[in-house]
Design a protein around this ligand. Structure first.
Ligand code: DQA
Length: 147
């Protein structure tokens, strides 16, 4: 096990995974997804902690608390991706390497989903691969940190 500890953040409505628009977001629940991420972390020798909130301020607080406790962040900010200057500023403020992920391909969907406040301050973005977006994002963040 390396000393790396990574934080995975899920934004609003992702607690409904498995029942929410399954044709877009799939059938896996958030608990299933978090278990996969922790397992993948173990396989890579890194610690993974997952957190979901429907509240912008809670996500901002969690990002602040990441400083000194985690070396990087994987975030699916849900709808806040397209609206939240506060979450972007929090990520820029702590300056931890961040990978943005989305279950759906946000560029194939409504125009309002095409803009991300988070992408410009991220190492990169992975969008459209369902839960694999998170797993690939985690892998990419570990590779980035180990370079
Ligand atoms: C999402 C895409 C967002 O546009 C949407 O608001 C979500 C989920 C995704 O994972 O595909 O809540 O971030």
């Amino acid at each position: 096990m390396s000393d790396l500890k990574l934080l995975v953040l899920h934004g609003p409505n992702l607690n409904l995974l498995g029942q929410r628009e399954p044709e877009i977001y799939g059938n896996l629940t958030l608990v299933d997804l978090d278990n996969l991420l922790v397992e993948k972390g173990k396989m890579m020798g890194v610690g993974v902690v997952c957190f979901q909130s429907n509240h912008e301020g809670n996500l901002v607080d969690k990002i602040h608390q990441a400083l000194g406790n985690y070396q990087g962040i994987v975030i699916n900010a849900g709808a806040y991706t397209h609206t939240s200057v506060a979450i972007r500023d929090a990520l820029a403020g702590v300056n931890l390497p961040t990978v943005e992920v989305h279950l759906s391909n946000i560029y194939r969907r409504e125009e309002f989903r095409h803009h991300s406040y988070i992408a410009p301050i991220s190492v990169g973005q992975i969008s459209g691969f369902g839960v694999d977006s998170y797993l690939l994002g985690l892998q990419a963040l570990v590779n980035h940190l180990q370079k």
